[in-house]
Every structure is written in structure tokens, then in C-alpha cells.
Design a protein around this ligand. Structure first.
Ligand SMILES: Cc1cc2nc3c(=O)[nH]c(=O)nc-3n(C[C@H](O)[C@H](O)[C@H](O)COP(=O)(O)OP(=O)(O)OC[C@H]3O[C@@H](n4cnc5c(N)ncnc54)[C@H](O)[C@@H]3O)c2cc1C
Length: 390
């Protein structure tokens, strides 16, 4: 058994780390200042400028196939890079990416949607959740009715990331209620905002926020079906699957940075004439955080490795998402505690992380849904305890 990263993995990770440190982190104080003034922390143009600088460093399209100009990196390397991104509080990501399911596009859709999304000229959002269907995504109701060559969409989607900025949405609707959602009765559509849907921003405890999307007799041409008619739910699950190792990979970077801040603070902050680090209460918070962080790291890397092996990653990804999301919430909570009153202020990024990471336990499958998947796999015998060791 070899837990070491390859030289190539280390080189890519170190280059990403250096880019984040030199080009992105210097903007953090300005981001905090703007957010304190209730302004957007990073504009779209600023993000694009950073992404084009990163492109010159060689970072463009981490998961994008090489034929589209991307790096097409293995999942383990992508996971390592997302951990580096997590170290900065900026809502930064490398450019050149498109939703994984957009690669089901046909030739015309490639030109109209996929390529401009990769280039950053168009913004997409993915919409499956509805007011009456979140965890129970199979309960979606947005209706897609055929009308000649077109489709007419009616219904509402909610909590859609980028929903207020996107100029097109990938929308999963029900075209055949008889067959049902799991029986091939759903379809994914590429729907331009110009086709008539509207969005409403939803205020959340995080910075930025998702939107609800309203469809009232929105006419979509038949050529805008993504993939096959009847494949919508399957595509939706593919989209969600990817986030299950990316989200905790990102969380690892936040936890590493936050924990280091706590260590530095504990060594320098003095109470009763000595550094707070000399108290066992503080030492235990640091020890528990490091132990949980390390446990999450290996769950996450194994989930990514499973993707690279071409083996069904659902079980390992659910464990990585469940434990990773919980770990980062516990670590940030302890880091805030170690900083005392300063941790609670908006001068430091800690209270921002505290609000931000709470989402990780909810979206792309709540904690409870991950537990449902993990236990179901075992109870039904789809997987055996430790079976992956052979
Ligand atoms: C900021 C944000 C961004 C999002 N981005 C997107 C996006 O881009 N696209 C998109 O389609 N969706 C998105 N979502 C939606 C997200 O995936 C859902 O909110 C999530 O799946 C939970 O669904 P829900 O909110 O309807 O909660 P519910 O499903 O109503 O669940 C409520 C609670 O009950 C628990 N629960 C439900 N069923 C069970 C059960 N059987 N057993 C035990 N416990 C159960 C849940 O775990 C949860 O704790 C986003 C959400 C947020 C908050």
C-alpha cells in the first residue's frame, strides 16, 4: 500500500497552490471589505480575469476533455486542486469548465451551449430541485408537454445555484407521468433565459445565493433536448454524483487553512500570562480537528481514486461527502471558538466560513441522504464492509 502522491500530482498541486497564494489570496481583504459593505465580493469580470491569468499558468478545464482544450485530469488530481482552491476565501474556481452532463450535447448544442460555457462566454445553471422535491428528487413535477416539434414547460425550480446569473438552464422536467420519473418519464432541456423563464434571488445565510426559476408556458424547440427523451433523471443523478467528491475536497482546503489559523492564534494569544495553546482544552480542539481532517482526506482521496478506477463511486463518494461535510463544520466551529470574540467578527474570514460550510451538509444530497445510500448499500448487500480491499 502506497499513500504517497506521485511527482506529477505534487507538481500540479504545488503550482495550483502557488497560483492561489500569489494571485488570489491578495484579494481577500478587499473581498471581506466589500462584503461588509453588502457588495458582491468578486464580480464576474474579476473572476474571468483571474481565470484567464490561471490559463496562462496552464490551469484551464480541470475536468474538460483535451479535445475541448481542457486538462482532463484524473479525479484524484482534481481533488487535490480543489483542496488548494479551498484555501482561499474567494469564490474562485479555475475556468474552462462546463457541467459534466453538457457533454451529452449534440453537434449544434455543442456550438451553442457547450463551447461558449467552457470559454466562460455563457453561464449555465442546473435545475432539478423544486419546492416539493429536494431529497426526493423523483417527485419532481415541472411538466414538459409536446406541442408539434416544440416542448412547453410549466412549473417551478428552486434553490438553483447561478440561477440569477445564468443565461441558460439545464432543466429536468416530466414528459411522461405514466412512466414516472424512475421509469424514463423525464427529460433534460437546454432552456435559454430568452425563451421566457424568470428567476428570483433567494437570500441565504451564505454570500451570494441561489434563485428560484419560474416557467410559465415556456416554449422550447425540440432540438434543445439534452441527451435522449426519457434520460432526464439519469442525467440529473450524473450531475449530482460529481459534486460528492468535489465538495469535501474543497472543504479539506478550508479546514487546513482554518486550522492553521487556530494553531497560530493559540501560540500567540495570551491569557493569564501564557499562550492559550498551553491549555489542554485548546490542545484537544486542535488534536480532534487534525485527526478528523486526516480521516476525511483519505475518504475523499479514495472516493476520487474510485472514480479513476472506473468503479461505481457512489458508496465511497457518499461516505466522503457525509464525513467531509461534517468534519469541516466541526473544525470551523472549533477554530472560531479558539479565536474567541475575534472569530465572531467580520474582520476575519472565520464567521464567513462558518456560514458557508453549513451548506455542505445540505446541497447535492443532505447528510441524511448520504446515510440512506450508505446503509442501503450494506443492508441490501450491494457492497460489503471492507469489500473494496478484495
Ligand atoms: C444554496 C443552495 C444551492 C443549491 N443548488 C442547487 C442547484 O444548483 N440545483 C438544484 O437542482 N438544487 C440545488 N439545491 C437544492 C438542494 O440540493 C436541496 O436543498 C437538497 O437536496 C435538500 O432538499 P430540500 O431542501 O427540499 O430538503 P428536504 O428534502 O425537504 O429535506 C428536509 C430534511 O429532511 C431530511 N429528509 C428528507 N427525507 C428524508 C428521509 N427519507 N430520511 C431521513 N431524513 C430525510 C433531509 O435530509 C433534510 O434534513 C441547492 C440548495 C441550496 C440551499
Amino acid at each position: 500500500m502506497d499513500f504517497a502522491l506521485s511527482d506529477e500530482q505534487k507538481a500540479i498541486r504545488d503550482t495550483a497552490r502557488s497560483f492561489i497564494r500569489k494571485e488570489v489570496m491578495p484579494l481577500e481583504q478587499e473581498l471581506l471589505r466589500r462584503e461588509r459593505a453588502h457588495q458582491p465580493g468578486l464580480t464576474r469580470d474579476e473572476l474571468r480575469e483571474l481565470q484567464s491569468r490561471a490559463r496562462k499558468f496552464g490551469f484551464w478545464g480541470l475536468s474538460t476533455p483535451q479535445e475541448y482544450g481542457g486538462m482532463d485530469l484524473p479525479a484524484v488530481t482534481q481533488s487535490l486542486i480543489w483542496t488548494e482552491i479551498g484555501r482561499t476565501i474567494l469564490p474562485f474556481r479555475f475556468g474552462g469548465e462546463a457541467d459534466n452532463i453538457l457533454y451529452h450535447a449534440n453537434e449544434q448544442q455543442r456550438r451553442e451551449y457547450l463551447l461558449p460555457t467552457i470559454e466562460g462566454d455563457r453561464i449555465s445553471c442546473f435545475a432539478i430541485t423544486e419546492p416539493g422535491a429536494g431529497s426526493d428528487a423523483a417527485n419532481i413535477k415541472l411538466s414538459a408537454r409536446r406541442d408539434g416539434d416544440d416542448w412547453i414547460l410549466n412549473g417551478e425550480k428552486t434553490f438553483i445555484t447561478n440561477g440569477n446569473d445564468a443565461d441558460f438552464a439545464i432543466v429536468v422536467g416530466v414528459n411522461d407521468p405514466e412512466r414516472g420519473v424512475r421509469g424514463g418519464g423525464t427529460t433534460a432541456f437546454l432552456v435559454d433565459r430568452a425563451m421566457g423563464w424568470r428567476s428570483e434571488f433567494i437570500q441565504t445565510m451564505g454570500e451570494g445565493g441561489p434563485a428560484s426559476l419560474v416557467f410559465e408556458d415556456v416554449r422550447v424547440p425540440g432540438r434543445n433536448v439534452l441527451g435522449e427523451v426519457g434520460q432526464g433523471f439519469e442525467l440529473g443523478m450524473q450531475w449530482i454524483g460529481r459534486g460528492r467528491y468535489i465538495i469535501p475536497s474543497h472543504g479539506l482546503g478550508i479546514a487546513e487553512r482554518a486550522l492553521q489559523m487556530a494553531i497560530d492564534h493559540a501560540n500567540t494569544r495570551e491569557t493569564f500570562g501564557r499562550p492559550i495553546a498551553t491549555n489542554q482544552a485548546i490542545q484537544w480542539m486542535i488534536a480532534d480537528s487534525e485527526t478528523e481532517l486526516e480521516a476525511a482526506r483519505w475518504l475523499v482521496l479514495r472516493a476520487a481514486w474510485t472514480v479513476d478506477q472506473g468503479v461505481d463511486p457512489r458508496h465511497s463518494s457518499s461516505m466522503a461527502k457525509l464525513y467531509g461535510a461534517g468534519m469541516i463544520n466541526r473544525v470551523v466551529d472549533r477554530v472560531l471558538q479558539i479565536h474567541g470574540g475575534m472569530g465572531y467578527t467580520r474582520e476575519l474570514p472565520i464567521e464567513r466560513w462558518y456560514r458557508q460550510v453549513r451548506l455542505m451538509r445540505i446541497y447535492e444530497g443532505t447528510d441524511e441522504m448520504q446515510r440512506l445510500i450508505i446503509s442501503r448499500d450494506l443492508l441490501r448487500g450491494y457492497t460489503t464492509i471492507g469489500g473494496h480491499l478484495g
